[in-house]
Design a protein around this ligand. Sequence first.
Ligand SMILES: CCCCCCCC/C=C\CCCCCCCC(=O)N[C@@H](CCCCN)C(=O)O
Ligand SMILES: [Zn+2]
Ligand SMILES: [Zn+2]
Length: 511
Amino acid sequence: MASLLGLVSLVTVSLVSVLVFRAAFLYKPLPAPKSCINMHNHDNISLSQDPQILKRFIGALNIPTISYKVHTYDAPEMTKFIEYIEKSYPAIHGSPLITREIVANYSLLYTVKGSDPKLRPYMLTSHIDVVPAVKELWDSNPFKAVIKDDGYIYARGTMDAKHLVMAIFEATEFMIKKGFKPRRTYYMAFGHDEEVLGLDGAQEIAKILKVRTKTYDKMEYVIDEGLVISETKFPGLPYNIGLIGVAEKGYLSVKVTATGAVGHGSMPPPMTAIAKLSTVLSRFHANVMPSFLGEGVEREMFEIFAAYASWPYKLIYSNFWFFKPIISYVMSNNPTLNALVRSTTAVTMVHGGTKENVLPDSAWAILNHRIHQAQSGKELMELDRQLINDDTITMELSSPINEPGPVSPYCDDCSGYQTIKHSLLQVFPDTVVVPSIFLAATDSKWYTNLTDSIYRFSAISVELEEMKCFHGHNERLSVKNYEKLINFYHHLIINSDEPILNYKSKQHDEL
Ligand SMILES: CCCCCCCC/C=C\CCCCCCCC(=O)N[C@@H](CCCCN)C(=O)O
Ligand SMILES: [Zn+2]
Ligand SMILES: [Zn+2]
């Protein structure tokens, strides 16, 4: 008994000392991160100096470029948007350096020609289309943008994702007007059906670029819509967190259908089709799937957190392997953080019944899954089958399975990642920048054959709370964020234009 006690206390003491020892190397939290790229002596773009910038953004938001389902979108509004862009940016559309192509009638591909053909091109991308909006749920008309006293612009598309489209145009227009002549070619690509898979837009743009960039083995990098700078602090971390999506989750929508006896509502069987389906759907809550925390890039994320965190969180983050279950439990209680932990499940559509006094023959619902890197669509469907556990209920794919994407490089001298990271730090200093998984899907899934360096990042700084704006009502973006977003692209284009610096040779923060 005594020897067992001795053994237990020996193991306990050695475990605690390992934990503390590992953390001891990180005992002093690092100072706030700074960009290693010298601030170029170029001026920033200011909305107060050019009020037309905000007017152009509002004009773009007011065009309801809605996509509804595959191959179904508001075509006349898409055409109106293209004409609006052409009218709004005369320097871009009049420059001999820039060519515009309209792809598949409504998508846009701009080429900003560089002078040095040896430099591999990069691409700034986003999408023109927006999801529909239920006007009754909004405080103001979702397609009549308003700037309220709180300093926010309210309209559909402010965060997903016309802010990126217009900010890229504003940065480029500003630089062309100033006589900027890039050395490195860059593309600006805007699909018109990203919200409905991008089959008509981005997929076609990718085919064109595959041929056009064949002389390079791959593009330098692609940056698309994605994660953000979180003003919501992580415990023990006194800085905002800039999350750069180095991979995106997969996409799987499953249609489940229950059937039942048809008849008169006055003589119901024990369970109607709708009741049967409801019983099954109640099992599909957001975190029903297993946690895979630690099997993605979040390990690296916590390593970086540890370097900046104060005690005792430094101890926790630097021993992520030991504290993983606790961290997973805490993250699972927040919808956004939970999406980093596991494959998510959302019942997003349900349908059944024709009349209040008629027993329906069937009822169906959609399970919208986002697949974690550690899982496959097939595995997820098997878990669905086990949860349904009723052979009378059928399951079928509502759209093709899009498996989790490849992980883009994020090392110290990975030029695309580092250029984005340090451009971010120039506009949002004192931000801890980490690689992360993007929780949703983007058009960039079509660009994986153009480069292995695809990053999903929208340079806006928001509280986690604001995540519900995406596809929700009262979608909004602060005027300050829009100005910073334009300057992020301004810095990114400048920083990308020099031969991408090898960051190992530069004095840069410890990361
Ligand atoms: C300290 C950690 C804090 C974590 C913060 C995470 C922040 C999350 C940031 C952004 C998430 C918002 C999601 C925006 C999605 C935009 C893209 C989109 O809507 N894509 C669609 C495409 C659908 C294609 C197929 N139907 C989608 O994913 O539904
Ligand atoms: Zn969206
Ligand atoms: Zn989007």
